[in-house]
Structures are given as structure tokens and as C-alpha cells.
Ligand binder design. Structure first.
Ligand code: F6P
Length: 319
């Protein structure tokens, strides 16, 4: 392999820059040239491709977001669009591509691989919802951001004797909510993997309030229910003022924490190693503290992510 490409795709995640930096530096150390594809698959289709030199990734390890840019580009599902993308890569003589992103990005990488173009996927998303890895790049940074928000909400809701609902990202994965709930000491945890019964939740909160509870934090994953409406119902039922806070995109920004920087660096270098070994169509993960790689198609189609029942139980035991 003489030339490889790298792109970031889907929702950005802290640590993506560190991953790109690692791909560039590890490849250069093996005399492989690296090309950055700007704006994800959209940029790949539009041929926004530029060679990356060592200094292009200087001062990047600590920066949030992705300097390569990212985009959601559902049109990449179409074969003719992907054929143009492969044509652009071949025009630059790029032989393989490292794709850093979430499961939508893996799907793109899978499709390119099926069309005979080798891709390596790195899991980059705050959601921690990718198969074949215990942790994704960006998850721990977002977790710390959420924890910080919960700490602040606890201060103010204990001053005012209020109930605070915190809506947390994660798409349809409750990992961010569950972990933040344990770390932030939330009293109630609502996640997509468990059936949500609003009446049961309100009843439990009311029982706690009747027995003397003056404030509480409810951690809830986005898309589960309308949090402002829920706040009104809880307030009506318990008599305690209730506020909802949607953390939104604050969870996606910020400098990556140490864990994400190191994970991204290890995974980026590992992707280059795999390409050197002639591997393609693989996705990188970390499982039981070891770097691993799986068939990207297998990961998407046949590897369900095990639900962390023990973590969920702990949120209830400690509440
Ligand atoms: O996948 C990352 C994520 O932040 C999810 O947690 C969230 O549901 C989604 O992206 C938001 O997407 P957008 O930035 O396109 O609004």
C-alpha cells in the first residue's frame, strides 16, 4: 500500500482529530502517503481530497470536532454515487480508506468494501452504539460533559427543592445515560432498551416525595418521551417544581478526555497496521482492553451489542 485516505463521517465526536492524526503519523512512519477526504462521504463524492502532511495534524490531538469536517449524506446508499466516490479515490491513486464514524458510516464502508474497495472502520461516536467494541471514540468525553451538567443541575435543584429531568443523547442506546446516571447519582434512569412506563415513573417519584425526598435527578435518553411534558405531569402529581434540561449538542463538543485521545491514537495506528497486513473490510474495536478487528459486514449484520444489564441494575440499586 502506497497511498491511503481518511475521512470522518456522521455526527462528530471528540477524539476524531486524534484518530486522524494517528492514521497520518502512523502511515507516514511506514512511508505511506495519506489523503484527507473533507466533509465525509459527501466530500468523497465531490472529490474534496487533499494530501495530509505531518504538520497538517499538528496541534490536533486536543481539539474537539473534526478538522476534516463531517456530513450526513444519505445519498451514499446509491450505487452510482459510490461508484463516483471510488472513481475519485482511484484518480488520486488511493488504494484504501479509513472511515471514522458511527454505524451509518460503517454502512458506507461496508458497501464500498462489497464493491471491491478496501475500507477500515474506526468507531467514532458519542453514542457507544457500535458492535464489536466496548467503547467508541468520543463516548468518555461526552460522558464527562453529561456528568458535569448533572453536577450543576444537582446544585441548583437541591437549592430550590426541585426535580430535574436531564435529556441525554445516545440515539437508541442508553449507555451514555446509564453511565452518567451512575457517575452523577441520578435517582431515576430511563433508557430506550427498557420499556418506559410514564405512570410507573411518576408513581415512584411521588412515593419518594411523600416519604420526604425534596429533590431528584431523572436521567433520560433522547427520543424516549417529550421531557417538557413529562416535567409538567411530574410537577402536577408531586407538587414539586420540575424542570427539564435538554443537553443537546453541548455533548458533542469539547476537548477529548485522556481516554478518548489514547483510544483514538491506538485505533488509528492499528488501522494502518491492518492495511499494511493487506486487511480490508475490517472494523477496529477495543474489547476487554485489547485492540481487536472484525469483519465490517459481520459487525453490522451479525453482531448484536450486548445490553449492559449489570450497569442498568446498578443504576437502580444505587438510586
Ligand atoms: O450520533 C450522535 C448524535 O449526537 C446522537 O446522539 C443524536 O441523536 C444525533 O447524533 C443528532 O444528530 P444531528 O447532529 O444530526 O442533529
Amino acid at each position: 500500500v502506497q497511498k491511503i485516505g481518511v475521512l470522518t463521517s456522521g455526527g462528530d465526536a471528540p477524539g476524531m482529530n486524534a484518530a486522524v492524526r494517528a492514521v497520518v503519523r502512523a502511515a507516514l512512519s511506514k512511508n505511506i502517503e495519506v489523503f484527507g477526504v473533507y466533509d465525509g462521504y459527501l466530500g468523497l463524492y465531490n472529490n474534496k481530497i487533499k494530501q495530509l502532511k505531518r504538520h497538517d495534524v499538528s496541534d490536533m490531538i486536543n481539539r474537539g470536532g473534526t478538522f476534516l469536517g463531517s456530513a450526513r449524506f444519505p445519498e451514499f446508499k446509491e450505487e452510482s454515487i459510490r461508484a463516483k466516490a471510488i472513481e475519485n479515490l482511484k484518480e488520486h491513486e488511493i488504494e484504501a480508506l479509513v472511515v471514522i464514524g458511527g454505524d451509518g458510516s460503517y454502512m458506507g464502508a461496508k458497501k464500498l468494501t462489497e464493491m471491491g474497495y478496501p475500507c477500515i472502520g474506526l468507531p467514532g461516536t458519542i453514542d457507544n452504539d457500535i458492535a464489536g467494541t466496548d467503547y467508541t471514540i468520543g463516548f468518555h468525553t461526552a460522558l464527562n460533559t453529561v456528568l458535569d451538567a448533572i453536577d450543576r443541575l444537582r446544585d441548583t435543584c437541591s437549592s430550590h427543592n426541585r426535580i430535574s429531568i436531564v435529556e441525554i443523547m445516545g440515539r437508541y442506546c442508553g449507555d451514555l445515560t446509564m453511565m452518567a446516571s451512575i457517575g452523577g447519582g441520578a435517582e431515576f434512569t430511563v433508557i430506550p432498551e427498557k420499556e418506559f412506563n410514564q405512570d410507573d415513573l411518576i408513581q415512584s417519584i411521588s412515593a419518594d416525595v411523600k416519604s420526604g425526598k425534596k429533590h431528584a435527578i431523572i436521567a433520560i435518553t433522547e427520543h424516549t418521551t417529550k421531557v417538557n411534558k413529562l416535567a409538567k405531569k411530574i410537577e402536577a402529581e408531586t407538587g414539586l417544581e420540575t424542570r427539564a434540561t435538554i443537553l443537546g449538542h453541548t455533548q458533542r463538543g469539547g476537548a477529548p478526555v485522556a481516554f478518548d485521545r489514547i483510544l483514538a491514537s491506538q485505533m488509528g495506528a492499528f488501522a494502518v497496521e491492518l492495511l499494511l497486513q493487506g486487511e480490508g473490510g475490517r472494523c477496529v474495536g477495543v474489547q476487554s482492553n485489547k485492540l481487536v478487528h472484525h469483519d465490517i459486514i459481520d459487525a453490522i449484520e451479525n453482531m448484536p451489542r450486548p445490553f449492559k444489564e449489570d450497569i442498568y441494575n446498578l443504576t437502580r440499586i444505587l438510586a
